[in-house]
Design a protein around this ligand. Structure first.
Ligand code: ACO
Length: 429
């Protein structure tokens, strides 16, 4: 028999169904609560609210598990490529050889942007944050593909998805070239997705450029690890914007804006800025940790803590290991890595962090690899967006293709003034 729970409201008892997930997570279905009782639930920051059922990503924050479509992140990081993982997330299964060839072909052939779009970049100051440019450019893509404006029409959905994934690296790299005053570098069809991105970022017309294999592999790994993370802030944003049947480009642009925040994807930039600052001030790890523990200082150890992980973030474990390998193979010695390790060590043995279950998250070490690849700090959150794109798309697609989807519209508990009356200007105190 299906599980239910009973709740008592005054003298009335209510029986509510329990939804059980494939990994035995249990949620009380309160979708009829207001209709039956006139009451709503109050859950600031959605700490206890599952906003949807989803078949894309499973994560267990207590055990430190992360799986895309059932496959552990560790296996994907070791064996897959970013484009294959993107296919897995978006279409729900690992592609066959034929499907993968077609997919990679699409992602290669659609990587150029309309020449008119290049002129959009001219309007930005050189100091523009690349996330501002990225979000504006992604929503602007909708003006070049008007048939994609109808989110419900499925005949162009696949090509729109491919176009978006294909063009994102080009737009991201152009925003970087703009910031340093270099000419835009067009994509190369003979390169893989990650190699092409490095080419678009670092090639210059004055000399030939060959992406380094170690750098390509490291980038593949980082993008795979960032590719999805179920109902986080930016993904929930994409879903709620998309629930109004907003087109894919605009929905993803909204997700990019959410990701930009320092408490979300912006944290990878904050981590490196924090490490730079600690070094500049000549603080020891212990001195900085003492500042973090002093609540009055308002200082946080960026790259630590997570809403869901109360154990090691499995992505952080993989990235930390990759950090050593990548820097070693590229022959780079980065004092930031040593400092990051000292901070981690100090934090993991400190009761403040132990009691609050604060562990390194995905952002703690990723910036150090990005630095080793030559990616400037201001681009770190763009790199996160590049990785997260297939996850956002998979969630948008799952939502838009579900006939039960309704527009997202939370309730509130109003705490403002009760009815009052307009006071003419000359009568106001
Ligand atoms: N440094 C110091 N103290 C922290 C940190 C931190 N990084 N993170 C949490 N805490 C403390 C809080 O001050 C709070 O202490 P209190 O109980 O004494 O008040 C307690 O731990 C719980 O923290 P909350 O902020 O309530 O936890 P929440 O789940 O709301 O926040 C968040 C999670 C935003 C990730 C938080 O840990 C944080 O700000 N971390 C730093 C920023 C960061 O790295 N963000 C990236 C997250 S991963 C991602 O989005 C890709």
């Amino acid at each position: 028999m299906a599980e239910t729970v009973r709740i008592a409201i005054g003298k009335e008892e209510l029986e509510l169904p329990v939804v059980v997930g494939t990994e035995s997570e249990r949620g009380i279905d309160i979708s009829n609560l207001r209709a039956r009782t006139g009451m709503v639930t109050l859950d600031p920051a959605f700490m206890n609210t599952a906003s949807t059922e989803s078949s894309i990503t499973f994560l267990d924050g207590e055990k430190g598990i992360l799986r895309y479509r059932g496959i552990p992140i560790e296996e994907l990081g070791e064996k897959s490529t970013f484009t294959e993982t993107a296919y897995l997330l978006v279409y729900g299964h690992l592609p066959t050889r034929d499907e993968l060839e077609k997919w990679d072909h699409l992602l290669t052939r659609h990587s150029m942007i309309h020449e008119d779009m290049k002129r959009f970049f001219d309007g930005y100051p050189m100091t523009a944050h690349p996330m501002a440019i990225l979000s504006a450019m992604i929503t602007s893509l909708s003006s070049f593909y008007p048939y994609a404006l109808n989110a419900k029409a499925d005949e162009y959905r696949d090509i729109t998805i491919a176009r978006l994934i294909a063009k994102m690296p080009t737009i991201a790299a152009f925003s970087y070239k703009k910031s340093i005053g270099h000419p835009f570098v067009y994509p190369r069809n003979d390169l893989s997705y990650c190699a092409n991105f490095l080419h678009e970022m670092f090639a210059v017309p004055a000399e030939s450029y060959q992406p380094d294999d170690v750098a390509v592999r490291a980038l593949n790994l980082l993008l795979i690890l960032h590719a999805d993370h179920e109902q986080n802030c930016s993904t929930s944003t994409v879903r709620i914007v998309g629930s109004a049947q907003t087109n894919l480009f605009a929905s993803i642009s909204a997700g990019i804006c959410a990701l930009w925040g320092p408490l979300h994807g912006g944290a990878n930039q904050e981590v490196v800025e924090m490490l730079t600052d600690i070094r500049k001030k000549g603080l020891t790890a212990a001195q900085f940790i003492a500042q973090v523990k002093d609540k009055k200082s308002g200082v946080r150890l960026m790259g630590f803590g997570h809403r869901v992980y109360k154990n090691f973030d499995p992505r952080a474990k993989i990235i930390k290991k990759a950090c050593d390998e990548v820097l070693d193979r590229l022959g780079i010695r980065d004092p930031m890595l040593d400092l990051a390790k000292e901070l981690e060590e100090a934090a993991l043995h400190d009761p403040y962090f132990i009691e609050r279950k604060l562990y390194p998250n995905v952002d703690f070490y990723s910036g150090i690899i990005y630095r080793a690849l030559g990616i400037p700090t201001g681009m770190f959150t763009v790199m996160f967006a590049l990785g997260r794109l297939p996850g956002w798309i998979a969630h948008w697609k799952e939502m838009i293709e579900d006939p039960a989807t309704k527009i997202g519209r939370p309730r509130q508990i109003y705490m403002g003034p009760r009815e009052t009356h307009y006071v003419p200007l000359d009568k106001r105190a």
